[in-house]
Design a protein around this ligand. Structure first.
Ligand code: FES
Ligand code: FE2
Length: 404
């Protein structure tokens, strides 16, 4: 359980909030690169950390991520013209480049120098892993780009989808480390590749979060370990086949863009891999065409099939692990009231995750600059391995989880 005050501190990420400031110290995915694949193509709306923004690719292929509202009279730049290396507001023609500089102000006299004084908020971007990422913090503190393995491999090795979770980001992130739900919520799912094995559970703190090992005893006295990772403030790496990852990118306090990734670091995904990913029994959802909203959503009770639930073939009667997670996390309300919960031993990872995030928030409040580690610290591969009798998880995981 959390106090009301700490629940607020951890969940609220808008401008001016402590957690919002922490989030703004990290690179955040904001869109698929493909959504702005054409130079001078139509701009795309982005909402991230409670800010409305506009994304576009200029004539020379550079990406711009600007405040949605024109600094003249606050018209939406979404309706702007993307032309000749800048986005031009259609209200009075002011034009801005990808760095936020005003490069044309045709409504003012030609002799005016007003143009030089006006800027629009522009955030640096980086393309990796088929996505556009943004850094929304103080420019002088921009960290290295995180070298997540799934962003470093060829496109053919990776499958990425996204969908909106209609709840606070922390609900989703915590759900990713709710270890005991696997054998309940997801048990009976058609393709249950995450089926949990009862046994040991180990958490090893890392500079960025923690590594979590789930161990099963073997007959020879050894242990079979499954090693996942939490990388602050919103990444999860999941040992499965293919390997999987999530990013819970906060749209605002009550909505989250969940990116779901399947990847194989060694080779292109096969037809069979893709078929499994695209049948939506795994972490992905099938969305309404042209949107990021799942077809199974809270307005239709996620298409729960009570007969299927009663049959015992599915615990929930909802099809798809991703949908099951989404349903249950949204069911807690837009921002879960953590003053009312009762956490047990099975919630150890959630408690640890909160403690680590709370430390970042406290540092922020105390004026300590939250500093993400170097990009190479993100090079971790979730995996499975066998430990011989006498070998501990903590001894082995570093070697086993080293990514290319
Ligand atoms: S409101 Fe954009 S140019 Fe006037
Ligand atoms: Fe789950």
């Amino acid at each position: 359980m959390l106090s009301k005050e700490n629940n607020e501190l951890l969940t609220r990420i808008g401008p001016g909030t402590p957690m919002g400031a922490v989030m703004r110290r990290y690179w955040i995915p904001v869109a698929f690169s493909a959504s702005v694949d054409t130079p001078d193509g139509p701009p795309v709306r982005v909402r991230m950390l409670g800010e409305n923004l506009v994304l576009f690719r200029d004539t020379s292929g550079r990406i711009g991520l600007l405040d949605e509202y024109c600094p003249h009279r606050t018209a939406s730049m979404f309706f702007g013209r993307n032309e000749e290396c800048g986005l031009r507001c259609v209200y009075h023609g002011w034009k801005f480049d990808v760095e936020g500089k005003c490069v044309d102000m045709p409504s003012e006299p030609p002799t005016s120098r007003f143009r030089e004084k006006v800027r629009i908020t522009a955030y640096p971007t980086h393309e990796a892993g088929g996505l556009v990422w943004a850094y929304m913090g103080a420019p002088e503190l921009k960290p290295e780009f995180p070298e997540l393995e799934w962003t470093l491999i060829p496109d053919s090795h990776r499958y990425v989808t996204r969908h909106i979770q209609e709840c606070n980001w922390l609900q989703g992130f915590e759900g990713g480390f709710d270890t005991s739900h696997l054998s309940f919520l997801h048990a009976g799912a058609v393709d249950n590749r995450f089926k949990v094995v009862p046994g040991h559970y180990e958490l090893v703190p890392q500079p960025l979060g923690f590594v979590a090992g789930t161990g099963r005893d073997l007959e020879d006295g050894g242990t079979f370990w499954t090693a996942a990772a939490m990388l602050a403030p919103f990444h999860k790496l999941i040992p499965s086949d293919p390997i999987a990852a999530h990013v819970w990118a906060p749209i605002d306090d009550e909505n989250t863009m969940l990116y779901s990734i399947d990847f194989n670091p060694e080779r292109p995904l096969t037809e069979d891999d893709l078929r499994r990913s695209k049948t939506f029994n795994g972490i992905h959802t099938e969305n309404m065409p042209g949107t990021d909203r799942a077809i199974q959503n809270k307005d239709n009770d996620y298409l729960i099939d009570r007969a299927l639930q009663a049959s015992g073939r599915s615990f929930t009667g909802m099809k798809g692990l991703g949908v099951q997670d989404c349903a249950i996390q949204e069911s807690m309300g837009p921002i879960a009231d953590r003053t009312k919960e009762h956490l047990g031993v099975s919630d150890t990872a959630i408690i640890r995750l909160r403690r680590q995030l709370m430390q970042l928030v406290k540092d922020q409040i105390d004026g300590v600059t939250v500093t993400p580690p170097p990009g190479s610290a993100y090079r971790l591969r979730p995996t499975r391995f066998t430990a011989r009798p006498g070998e501990s998880f903590a001894d082995l995981f570093e070697d086993k989880m080293r990514a290319g």
